[in-house]
Design a protein. Structure first.
Length: 541
């Protein structure tokens, strides 16, 4: 027999989820077990009818507010798999939408009253709860609550209050809270602090994890099992091969103590395949998984399973995300799907070019750009080079017994961030220069065709003019202003450098900046903190 405590939401044990769980939001009663949530646009204040509490200055939503509400409830449906059904205003619903006079700079509120009946011995005989959501109508133009479009406070406030209506709380309230570093809108729309990405227009990753815990199994999240027999021939589908699946992975969000990586597994065959069980290598702790179930770990190998789908049809994809712990943020690698190894994509792009040449030798520069979508720890490039390496700049070179050269970044603890470029150069002696061939990066082979890109095309930052065979009197007129003092003692290690803006300098060859010098920072943006101010009349805000 149920008592009141049976209707209170238990914590999950995951602190990042529990920091958003409103434990007074009674579960499992608020949502039907069939995976459907009904909602309605109120014409009159249903809270007054059901609970005897009048929202001050109540008015129905206008057309713009209704459109925004429908957009966001569709987002909830797509995110959770729960079927969100709009019902007529006069019908019973679980969530009701309207507007009222909130004043005091409050943008929106969600109120979740409940009542119950018992038999006198503490046993619950009937329980009722609903959610009522209101946008402010006292000064609607102030926060665009009258026209809540993506990017406005009105739209974000509506999303925030829907979170409350679904059972989420503020991350700074209660016994379990988020750290200050995580308590921003970049991680949860329930925060009061705007993050670097501005006002959110959809639930963030921590919200998604909490809603996955709170809401019932969605009817839309489960697809019917597919028949694996070819109806025209009566034969079973072929066994999958390494070419049957494609996997892409990328780091999509980072914070001080962790990060989020998203993985997409696509059935690239012509036949239905069993719902994927995916294993991958990741040398950090997997603190959480969204969109799949974590079913195993063996050292750095993690295994997840899609339990919502029996079969993956041709062209369909399984999408899931992981939360990694720590300040090192690598992308998952070494994937296998249903026990079949799927080749990794090349971890980097490599470009090389001869930048200086004389009769007996040359200098070439090599650029290694991280394209994994995550961190690349201690990049190491191995290749063949018939003429060998005489001098190397910005790295260390070793020659193996197999005749392959290996060049490593010599920066202690070097980590190449996604999109960053490590640049090194070497000098070799031959009258027939070649470039590195048969390249592998951290053990993964690359296509030789990818290495023929010209550095000038890749960076468009510098033109190097070879003057190793040039006499002082042959200095280009444009460089003559540098003075005769630079003319003496030139040898094959000296070259003129001309920046694209027309500034010139001469120095020992080559002049190489740090390996990440060519990564252009994003423009700085001032982001002000903003708060959704509470009210004092008992509403949840």
């Amino acid at each position: 027999m149920a008592t009141l405590s049976d209707y209170q939401t238990p914590l999950s044990g995951d602190s990042s989820v529990d920091a958003l769980i409103n434990t007074s939001w009674l579960r499992p009663q608020p949502w039907p077990d069939d995976g459907t949530i009904t909602w309605s646009i109120m014409q009159t204040d249903a809270m007054a009818d059901l609970y005897g509490h009048n929202a001050p200055g109540y008015a129905p939503m206008n057309a713009s507010q209704i459109d925004a509400t429908r957009q966001l409830m569709e987002h909830v449906e797509a995110l959770t798999g729960v079927d969100c059904v709009e019902v007529a205003p006069s019908s019973e619903a679980e969530i009701f939408f309207g507007t009222c006079d909130l004043q005091d700079n409050t943008v929106g509120v969600a109120y979740t009253p409940w009542k119950y009946w018992h038999d006198g011995n503490g046993t619950i005989t009937n329980f009722q709860t609903d959610a009522f959501l209101y946008l402010d109508n006292s000064d609607p133009g102030r926060f665009s609550t009258d026209a809540p479009t993506p990017g406005t406070w009105g739209y974000t406030a509506l999303l925030h209050e829907i979170g409350h209506a679904l059972g989420l709380k503020h991350p700074f309230e209660g016994d379990v809270t988020l750290s200050d570093a995580l308590d921003t809108m970049d991680n949860t729309v329930m925060s009061y602090t705007v993050g670097s990405e501005g006002l959110p227009t959809e639930f963030q990753e921590l919200d998604a994890a909490a809603l996955d815990y709170l809401l019932p199994e969605g009817t839309l999240a489960t697809e019917p099992a597919a028949d694996t027999t070819d109806t025209t021939t009566g034969t079973a589908t072929p066994e999958p091969t390494a070419d049957s699946f494609a996997v892409s992975a990328a780091v999509t969000k980072e914070w001080g103590s962790g990060y989020k990586a998203e993985i997409v597994v696509t059935n690239t065959s012509d036949h239905a395949a069993e719902a994927p069980t995916v294993s991958f290598d990741l040398p950090v702790e997997v603190a959480a998984v969204w969109g799949a179930d974590l079913v195993g770990q063996d050292g750095h190998t993690w295994t997840v399973r899609d339990d919502d789908t029996d079969m993956l049809q041709p062209g369909e994809s399984m999408r899931f995300a992981i939360k990694g712990a720590g300040d090192y943020h690598p992308v998952p690698t070494d994937f296998s799907v249903n026990g079949i190894t799927v080749p990794d994509a090349a971890p980097v792009e490599v470009a090389s070019a001869v930048t200086s040449q004389w009769s007996s030798g040359y200098v070439a520069e090599v650029l290694v750009t991280n394209t994994t979508g995550g961190d690349l720890l201690t990049p190491e490039l191995s290749f063949t080079l018939p003429e060998g390496i005489d001098t190397l700049w910005n790295g260390t070179a070793t020659l193996g017994a197999d005749g392959r050269w290996t060049v490593a970044d010599d920066t202690a603890g070097a980590v190449l961030k996604d999109g960053e470029t490590w640049r090194f150069a070497y000098k070799a002696y031959t009258d027939q220069p070649t470039l590195p061939q048969d390249i592998a990066v951290n053990g993964t082979s690359l296509d030789d065709a990818d290495t023929a890109l010209a550095i000038a095309d890749l960076l468009d930052q510098e033109i190097v003019i070879d003057v190793s065979q040039m006499h002082t009197t042959d200095v280009p007129p444009a460089l003559a202003h540098l003075g005769a003092g630079h003319g003496a003692g030139w040898d094959e290690d000296l070259a003129w450098e001309m920046d694209m803006d027309g500034a010139f300098a001469v120095s020992e060859r080559p002049t190489l900046p740090a390996f990440d010098a060519f990564v252009l920072p994003e423009p700085a943006e001032e982001v002000s903190s903003a708060r959704l101010l509470p009210v004092d009349d008992g509403f949840l805000v």
